[in-house]
Structure formats: C-alpha cells, structure tokens
Ligand binder design. Structure first.
Ligand SMILES: C[S@@+](CC[C@H](N)C(=O)[O-])C[C@H]1O[C@@H](n2cnc3c(N)ncnc32)[C@H](O)[C@@H]1O
Length: 228
C-alpha cells in the first residue's frame, strides 16, 4: 500500500501539472491511444513537468540551441521550455495529425515555436542541436532515427539527444559512433539517456566535453520502467 506522504506528493505534482498546462491553454494529461500502434508508434502521453528540471538542469540549454521535441504530442515539454523563458527556436514534430493540429493551435502565439505535423524522421531540422524524445516509438524507429541523425549531423558540431524512458537505448550503446550516459533521475521518474555523437574528422570526443549538467547523474543505472 502507498504511504500517505507519497499520495500527498502525487497530488501536489498533479496540481502543479494542471496549473502549468492551463497557463499555456489547456489540460495535457492523460493518455491518447495512437492509431499507429501496429507501426510501432507509442500512445500520446505527456512528460511530468517535475521530471524536466532533472533532465535539463543548470546550463544544459544554451542561447544558441535549437530545441526539438521528437514526437511532441500535446506539447507539454514545449510549455516547460517556454515557462523557463527560453527564447530559443523550438520545433515540435508530431505524427498524429489531430494531436499536432491542437498543439499547433494552442501554441500559435509563441513566435519561436513551430509545430510540424508528420514523421519526425522526415522533418528533423538541420539546425537542431538538442533533441528530446519521450519513448515515442519502438526499436526499428529508434534505429532509423539514429541513422537519420548520423546522416544529418555526423560532420557538424555535436548534437545532444535526451532520450527519456530510454527503452531502446541499446541501439546507441552498441554503436561506437555514439557516447551514451544512462541516468536514473529519481525513483519517481523514468530512466534518461543522454546521447552524443562523436564528430567525424574531429579529435573532439563528446564524452570529454563539459557535462550536460544533468543534475542527478549520481543516480546511476537501475530498474528501468517499462512504458511511456
Ligand atoms: C509518449 S508521447 C510524448 C509527448 C511529448 N514529447 C511529451 O514528452 O510530453 C510520444 C509521441 O510521439 C509521437 N510519435 C511517435 N512516432 C512519431 C514519429 N515518427 N514522428 C512524430 N511523432 C511521433 C506519438 O504520436 C506520441 O504523441
């Protein structure tokens, strides 16, 4: 049975989520079943706001970064980036056209935000630098995304991929082009992988670059949770 203190903590998180959702135009909780599950696409569910300060800590995001949410769903991560006052270019890409249209409409007044309806792998912005994904799809898609990132970015300055609930992270781990740091943020949250590509024709090893500032990196790998 759950302790009363954990029930209270869950209620506080829920109230905070609802508050920030409504500040940006409407409730984004719950799960929406996808029409594309046979293709290996996951349902639409939003990242908990409480996880995001653990994922993007301190100075992870620089002024020059272009932030991309691969499978942005209802756009809660974009809300959070906006709530932090980031003036950066933000791109959300969502496959489900109903969800994408709603998110685009809701965020239409934010000039730095673009919502693209379509397959993220076909629309990755070439100026993207920080890519976030919350377990949007199954293994073959993750493998295809990795190939696409390699095609687009292998000769550019390093990109960072923040893969939350990183169920298929082994695809990156088994490839020496990539450096993977797996992080358990806190018991309440899913496992995070911060993934960087080694740059071709460069001595710069992403592992030797300044840390992403991921705050809870002392919580090392343990029990992954299963789904989005
Ligand atoms: C678990 S939700 C995450 C939503 C949002 N990123 C968040 O964290 O709040 C994953 C979303 O990815 C979308 N998705 C899955 N495959 C996609 C693809 N190839 N291109 C664009 N979106 C995709 C799904 O439709 C779903 O809305």
């Amino acid at each position: 049975m759950r302790k009363p203190s954990s029930i209270v903590a869950s209620c506080i998180r829920l109230v905070r989520n609802v508050y920030l959702d409504f500040k940006y135009g409407g409730f984004l909780g719950g799960t929406r079943k996808t029409r594309y599950s046979l293709l290996g696409v996951e349902d639409t569910a939003s990242t908990d706001y409480a996880a995001l300060p653990f994922i993007f800590t301190g100075n992870t995001i620089k002024e020059s970064d272009v932030l991309v949410d691969i499978g942005c769903g209802k756009g809660r991560v974009i809300n959070w980036w906006l709530s932090r006052g980031f003036p950066n270019q933000i791109v959300g890409i969502e496959l489900d056209d109903t969800v994408a249209r709603r998110t685009k409409w809701r965020l239409r007044r934010h000039r730095n935000v673009e919502i693209i309806c379509g397959d993220a792998l076909a629309h990755l912005p070439v100026n993207g630098t920080i890519f976030y994904l919350y377990n949007p799809f199954k293994e073959p898609w993750v493998a295809a995304m990795k190939r696409q990132l390699e095609l687009l970015f292998s000769t550019k300055a390093g990109i960072s991929v923040f893969y939350y609930n990183c169920v298929y992270v082994d695809i990156f781990k088994n490839d020496p082009i990539w450096v993977v740091e797996e992080i358990v943020l806190d018991q309440r949250f899913h496992r995070l992988a911060v993934i960087r590509m080694k740059i071709e024709n460069s001595d710069q090893d992403p592992a030797s670059r300044p840390s992403s500032g991921v705050g809870a990196s002392q919580f090392r790998a343990s029990s992954p949770r299963s789904k989005a």
